[in-house]
Design a protein around this ligand. Structure first.
Ligand SMILES: Nc1ncnc2c1ncn2[C@@H]1O[C@H](COP(=O)(O)OP(=O)(O)OP(=O)(O)O)[C@@H](O)[C@H]1O
Length: 455
């Protein structure tokens, strides 16, 4: 049996699943450590903890976006759930079936259902093969003979992804990046998979072409009832395509929530910092939102920080953050967060003392063209006097002008000003020269702070 979709694409029918209501994919405690070997005997001296205990579900028909800085393990996660990599630990279930340690032959029937679209449209297509051979390969590998033959099927698929059937005999080098990505998409969809994992599907493309490919993925999802896991570092793309979003940091999920909650009320400080970096398209809103700029690189996954892995860059970190790993718990319906001091939620360790060491890792700045948005969140939310003086302050040109207690500059939606915060702001305003005042930002930060910190 086969069915006909738009553009006359005839795709072989898949086996129906009796687990339609449950998640299509369930990942539990997934771990991937790449061993580091040295010396003549290639002894293992350590491991890159690329993925270190991921647990999440993907529901049928949804798009789960996965974001995080470079090196946080997104691609490794994608390759693990498509079983292109062997996990070190944990479990992957597809439609209720444990596929964690299936052999290549055991995975073969699954390959029809689980497909991957790769980041680089230049290296993911064999330059010696014609487009017809590339897109037709899945039929050959799976021994599937579509109605009307492979050639007609491939040509229909090419038409479906916006290419010409005439391209059948051409080679990859004759196509642009966007066209090549369409070829990769056609290949991934050839056997009408149920789950498609797309690893940075548009990051190698021009912005104008990105929109076309994102829209194509959207259309195909509706038509073919696909479930997507889309990995990207571009938050605008993730926001456009995702129903739910998982935020990764150093091999772990720090927050997972539906798109609206995540963008409107992020709870993990890392998410909050990522979200504040999303450009605001509406010029009237530009600069109204506080911005947090993450400083420094992601620590090495070979020796990740103890406790909460983000604590070395977090402006809210306290002693427990350095020692106790926060579990991923549901703090609001559908929103799971791994943080002792979440934003937009009650502090889980309100009396925990601040870290003695100042960790100058993050800075916050309001828009350059606007007056201060709100007081220092930390000063407002906690007893600022309990913190070490100036601990965790973002770098500024005149550090002496900074309030002694504020760890953080103003952010949007910050709570009402406390007396301490007001005093701190007043002192800071006095200390700043006229040029600094009103240039945006706030008493402790502002656009200057942002510039300095970048420098
Ligand atoms: N085959 C491998 N052997 C050793 N280390 C690896 C291997 N593949 C990935 N890594 C390491 O695992 C970590 C996570 O890599 P991964 O590619 O999954 O991150 P990512 O979040 O997808 O980054 P990017 O967005 O830059 O692609 C990195 O430190 C990387 O160097």
């Amino acid at each position: 049996m086969s069915e006909t979709k738009g553009h006359d694409v005839t795709i072989p029918e898949q086996s129906t699943s009796d687990t339609q209501d449950g998640p299509i994919l369930r990942v539990d405690g997934l771990v991937k450590h790449f061993p580091i070997r040295k010396g003549l005997l290639q002894r293992q001296t350590g491991a890159v903890k690329a993925v270190d205990g991921l647990s999440f579900d993907v529901r049928k028909g949804e798009t789960l976006g996965v974001v995080g800085e470079s090196g946080c393990g997104k691609s490794t996660m994608g390759r693990l759930i498509t079983r292109l990599l062997e996990p070190t630990g944990g479990k992957v279930e597809f439609e209720g079936k444990d596929i964690t340690h299936l052999s290549t032959s055991g995975m073969r029937p699954m390959r029809r259902d689980v497909q991957m679209i790769f980041q680089d449209p230049y290296s993911s297509l064999n330059p010696r093969h014609t487009i017809g051979t590339i897109v037709g390969a899945p039929f050959k590998l799976q021994g599937v003979e579509p109605e009307g033959g492979v050639k007609a099927e491939v040509q229909a698929l090419l038409a479906r992804v916006g290419l010409s059937p005439e391209h059948y005999n051409r080679y990859p080098h004759e196509f642009s990046g966007g066209q090549r990505q369409r070829i990769g998409i056609a290949r991934a969809l050839a056997l009408k998979p149920k789950l498609v994992v797309a690893d940075e599907p548009v990051s190698a493309l021009d912005v104008s072409i990105q929109a076309q490919v994102v829209n194509l993925l959207d259309d195909l999802q509706d038509e073919l009832n696909l479930t997507y896991v889309i990995i990207a570092h571009d938050l605008s793309v993730i926001r456009h395509v995702s129903d739910r979003i998982a935020v990764m940091y150093l091999g772990k999920i720090v927050e997972i929530a539906d798109r609206k909650s995540l963008y409107e009320a992020p709870m993990h400080p890392y998410t909050s910092a990522l979200m504040s970096a999303v450009p605001v398209p509406d010029p009237r809103l530009r600069g109204k939102r506080g911005r947090r700029l993450l400083l420094g690189d992601v620590p090495s996954p070979i020796a990740p920080p103890s406790g909460c892995r983000f604590h070395t860059r977090c402006w809210k970190a306290t002693a427990s953050c350095a020692t106790v790993e926060p579990p991923l718990v549901e703090l609001r319906t559908g929103q799971q967060v791994a943080c002792h001091h979440p934003e937009n939620a009650e502090d889980r360790l309100p009396d925990d003392p601040a870290l003695p060491e100042p960790g100058e890792t993050i800075t916050v700045s309001a828009g350059a063209d606007k007056p201060p948005a709100a007081p220092a969140e930390e000063a407002s939310a906690k007893d600022a006097s309990a913190k070490p003086a100036a601990a965790k302050e973002a770098p500024v040109k005149d550090a002496s002008a900074k309030p002694a207690t504020a760890k953080e500059a103003p952010v949007e939606n910050a709570p009402a000003k406390t007396a301490e915060a007001k005093t701190a702001e007043a002192k800071d305003a006095e200390a700043k020269d006229a040029g600094t005042k009103g240039a945006g930002g706030n008493a402790s930060e502002g656009s200057e702070g942002g510039e300095t910190s970048k420098g």
